[in-house]
Design a protein around this ligand. Structure first.
Ligand code: ZN
Length: 352
């Protein structure tokens, strides 16, 4: 396969890089009065043509020409995918690899494959080959490389992401614009290497009420409680003086804008047992530790309707084996409902 690890290169992309290096070193030894070498002209022209094509592809992303291979990928607005903490995508990987990423050519993204297969480390070479083929097909990139990630020796899980590197900025933007790329061959989501704090906070279950309005009242009580005000104030007090005012506004907006999303989960046998997901705008918090501290505090509070038992709050209740999101089980995944969805569906081998 033509993809490469951090320490190896595919012949074609390496040749392309070398051509560029030669061109640059030749240009650097020339005097300003010399005409640019002919090779330099062709390389520049080639780069400009690739960039122009990528730019056109972004513009036409929602309405590509009939013969464009992008047509095979599902169009439309994609549902949100949530993880349960800011760096969850990097769970289970050997952290030393992140230093190696610095040495790779720029133009990097994280790829999050859909489906249960990615949880099997033995399938990663096969997934890497499919991801490489998809990125080349979508971007027509001649230089892209893909890294599969090594698990941490002490971790109990399998890395669920791959690193895409050495693509043009326009190709990065193109991939990020649709975010989820689904064809009958392979489905994956792309994110930057700078994940924001998630909107998803936790889920409340086992409440014997059905209306979201009641849960909103319960959540409102918690967020306006003196204990919550004290927690926010302690966070603000620990910040440098020049950050306090902006942080106070963001934290108050974060708490004020918490919202509830009801999920139609059922017990075995079909009895109604809704899950109430609690969310807030994670982008308002820039610090992972502050987000985790606040989320853990909120999840530890008591969420009880009047005269009823409290429902337990969990930050790790579900993990969809279709899209990897933690806010729903696979049976309630929204992706298979998308028109023209090509990716994994509810059916798993030997299960219903
Ligand atoms: Zn899902």
């Amino acid at each position: 396969m033509a993809s490469r690890s951090p320490r190896t290169s595919s012949p074609s992309s390496l040749q392309y890089d070398l051509d560029l290096d030669v061109s640059i070193s030749e240009a650097n030894t020339s005097t300003s009065l010399d005409p640019p070498p002919a090779n330099h002209t062709f390389i520049s022209l080639k780069k400009r043509m690739i960039a122009a094509k990528a730019c056109k592809s972004i513009t036409n992303l929602d309405n590509p020409p009939a013969n464009d291979p992008i047509n095979k990928y599902t169009k439309g607005d994609m549902p949100n995918v949530y993880y349960n903490h800011p760096t969850a995508a990097l769970d289970f990987i050997d952290i030393d690899q992140i230093d190696d990423w610095e040495n790779l050519p720029d133009g990097k993204l994280l790829a999050h494959p859909f489906g249960h297969e990615v949880r099997n480390i033995e399938a990663h070479q096969r997934i890497k080959a499919r991801l490489f083929a998809a990125i080349v097909e979508i971007t027509q990139s001649e230089s892209v490389g893909i890294c599969s990630l090594c698990p941490c020796s002490s971790a109990t899980g399998t890395p669920l992401i791959f690193l895409i590197f050495n693509i043009l900025e326009l190709h990065r933007q193109m991939l990020l614009k649709r975010e989820v790329w689904s064809s009958s061959m392979f489905t994956f989501r792309v994110t930057t290497l700078d994940p924001v704090c998630p909107d998803y906070l936790f889920a409340i279950t086992q409440l014997t009420i059905k209306a979201e309005e009641h849960i909103k009242d319960i959540v409102h009580k918690v967020r306006s409680a003196q204990g919550t005000t004290d927690v926010l104030q302690n966070i603000i007090d620990a910040l440098p003086n020049d950050e306090k005012a902006a942080a106070a506004k963001d934290l108050n907006d974060f708490i004020k804008l918490m919202w509830v999303k009801k999920l139609g989960t059922k017990k075995f046998g079909g009895a109604t047992a809704p899950t109430f997901n609690i969310l807030a705008n994670g982008k308002l918090i820039k610090d992972d530790d502050i987000w985790c501290h606040l989320r853990d505090y909120l999840a530890a509070q008591t969420y009880a309707p009047p005269f009823q038992d409290a429902g337990p709050a969990s930050t790790n209740l579900h993990r969809c084996s279709i899209c990897q999101s933690v806010d729903h089980p696979r049976g309630l995944c929204a992706f298979p409902h998308l028109e023209g969805w090509n990716g994994p569906s509810w059916e798993l081998p030997n299960t219903r």
